[in-house]
Design a protein around this ligand. Sequence first.
Ligand code: ADP
Length: 319
Amino acid sequence: MKKIGVLTSGGDAPGMNAAIRAVVRSGIYRGVEVYGIYHGYKGLITGNIKKLDVADVGDIVQRGGTILYTARCEEFKTEEGRAIAIQQLKKFGIEGLVVIGGDGSFMGGVKLTQLGFPTIGIPGTIDNDIPETDFTLGFDTALNTIIDAIDKIRDTATSHERQFIVEVMGRGCGDLALWSGLADGAETIMLPEKKEDLDTIVERLNRGIERGKKHSIIVVAEGVGSAYDVAKEIKSKANMDTRVTVLGHVQRGGSPTAFDRVLASRMGSKAVELLLNGDKGKMIAIQNNKIVAHDILDLLTKKHGFDENLYTLAKELSI
Ligand code: ADP
């Protein structure tokens, strides 16, 4: 293999740039040319592809977002779209591809692999919703953004003796809510994996109020439902002034944490190593602090594991 490509696809996540840098520099270090494909699979179809040199990925390790841009591309889901993509790759002489993104992007990568074009995935998504990896790129940074916000919210919650409901990202996977709730000492954490009856939550809040508690933080994962709806119900049943903050896309941005930068560097280098060893259809993962690889088709039949112990601990500490 003499030329490989790299693209970012799906939702962006802090650490994607550090991963691009690692793929480019590990590739060059091992003697191959690396091509950046812009706007995800869309760039593969339109041929928006440029060779990246060592200096092209300088000064990006600390930057959020992705210099290659990201997009969703319906055309790539069609056989015709993928045939054009393969033609483009052949035109540029690219023989292997690293896809940084979520499970949807990996499906696209698998389809390329099935067409005889080797692809390796790197999990880049703040939600941490990918199976068989302890962490995805961007999760730690998003978590720290949330914690920073909740710390500030707690100041005003305490001053005004209010209850705050904070909605964080996470549709099917509540890891951001669980970890931030635990790290911030939230009184209640509402997760898609653990549907808790609202009356039970209100009873607990009211017990706190009777004990003299004057403020509280409730973290809600977006997969549970709108924080405004949760607030409406709680407000009618718990006797406390209630406010809502929806953190939204602020969670997607920002400079990646040291953890995400190091993870991105390790995963990027491993992806190149696997491609050059003739591996394909695999996703790089971190398990017990070891960088490993899993068959994508196999892992997409699974769900990201829910950490029951962490959930129990959060409950234990928020009595
Ligand atoms: P994520 O990677 O964050 O899960 P999406 O699910 O939106 O994001 O997928 C990103 C892109 O990956 C899609 O716009 C499409 O181009 C490609 N993709 C997703 N699913 C498939 C599929 N089943 N077959 C081919 N390409 C796909």
